[in-house]
Write a protein that binds this ligand. Structure first.
Ligand code: NAD
Ligand code: UDP
Ligand code: UDP
Length: 311
């Protein structure tokens, strides 16, 4: 099959491309390198079955493909808040263009949505039926509401134009290739402890998150794409930790001497988050298999290699 991966030079997209290439597919990667990098896809650049197109998905594009994994969108609060209007355009106009493309070429379309559609949830753990608690005018809205409209567009193209869609609601995912300046919690704590600077816990660290290792997520995305269930389907690891627990875990694994300091909690920071993955288990036969410690070990190794080669 010829498969399009938007955002394929990013963290999740590049791991997905590795799997698709290994399976013998032809892969087209569309990326504007906003948070992605060529280094992530370097190993495929000379492969005749791989094609890299530098393109901003807010502009239309015509290509012929069989499947579309639509991942293009900055995912870290630091990056998506840097230019919030652009983030909205990417989710809205970018998703519209990719759905228009899917309609024209009759490709199956998978949207990488997010647990952020649940906002600061008052239902715990979050099931797909929960409609969420998003602040539409807050600093996270460009991302959260962007993904909500992307879901709406997907379902409307499905109902109105018969586009074959899949919607994944991805919970916090981590692993090798996250940017060192990504700003997300796992990458921050690992980079900080490797550099011997204090780990920055926002608030009192009692807020929770559930962390999925990237190989598990990619397996879930591929099962969703190739299965019969439209979604939305939660993909995440139900293991829930406070941010302080995560800091202490990484501190213990990398550098027990590292200091933990507390910084102000950003506005609208969700207090708790844990996926209910009953649907993923039932419809996809999927559940995560990599324990947090093992995933952290692999990620620490990758960061350690990159940070030491940069100095
Ligand atoms: P990432 O920032 O590493 O990757 C996003 C990629 O999209 C980058 O390569 C970036 O350059 C590209 N991009 C951004 N705007 C673009 C545009 N206008 N045109 C073309 N390319 C553009 O993020 P990630 O962690 O790999 O996330 C991938 C997808 O998964 C995103 O849609 C994100 O919302 C979703 N997601 C990720 C997580 C997570 O924890 N990693 C959680 C929930 C949802
Ligand atoms: N589009 C695209 N590539 C295609 C087909 C469509 O980028 O191969 C864009 C198109 O330019 C439009 C959007 O997708 O902006 C929605 O397309 P659709 O055909 O649904 O709507 P219309 O063009 O009728 O507004
Ligand atoms: N966080 C933190 N220190 C950091 C980066 C993030 O304490 O250096 C906190 C952040 O406030 C949030 C949690 O970790 O409560 C997860 O943040 P991230 O940006 O990784 O993801 P999201 O908030 O989008 O789930």
């Amino acid at each position: 099959m010829r498969i399009l991966v938007t955002g394929g030079a990013g963290f999740v997209g590049s791991h997905l491309i590795d799997r698709l290439m290994e399976q013998g597919h032809e892969v087209v990667c569309l990326d504007n390198f906003y948070t992605g990098t060529k280094r992530n896809i370097l190993q495929w650049l000379d492969n005749p079955y791989f094609e890299m197109i530098r393109h901003d998905i807010t502009e239309p594009i015509r290509i012929e493909v069989d499947q579309i994994y639509h991942l293009a969108c900055p995912a870290s609060p630091v990056h998506y808040q840097f230019n919030p209007v652009k983030t909205v355009k990417t989710s809205m106009m970018g998703t519209l263009n990719m759905l228009g493309l899917a309609k024209r070429v009759k490709a199956r379309f998978l949207l990488a949505s997010t647990s952020e559609v649940y906002g600061d949830p008052d239902v715990h753990p979050q099931t797909e039926e929960y409609r969420g608690n998003v602040n539409p005018i807050g600093i996270r809205a460009c991302y959260d509401e962007g993904k909500r409209i992307a879901e709406t567009l997907s379902f409307d193209y499905h109902r109105q134009n018969g586009v074959d869609i899949r919607v994944a609601r991805i919970f916090n995912t981590f692993g090798p290739r996250m940017l060192e300046n990504d700003g997300r919690v796992v990458s921050n704590f690992i980079a900080q402890s490797l550099r011997g600077v204090p780990l920055t816990v926002y608030g009192d660290g009692s807020q929770t998150r559930s962390f999925c290792y990237v190989s598990d997520l990619v397996e879930g995305l591929m099962r969703l794409m190739n299965g019969e269930h439209t979604g939305p389907i939660n993909l995440g690891n139900p293991g829930e930790y406070t941010i302080l627990e995560l800091a202490q875990k990484i501190q213990g694994m990398v550098n027990p001497e590292a200091e933990i300091i507390f910084k102000p909690l950003p506005q609208d920071d969700p207090k708790q988050r844990q996926p209910d993955i009953t649907r993923a288990k039932t419809y996809l036969g999927w559940e995560p298999s990599v324990p947090l410690e093992q995933g952290l070990k692999l990620t620490i190794q990758d960061f350690s290699d990159r940070i030491s080669s940069a100095t």
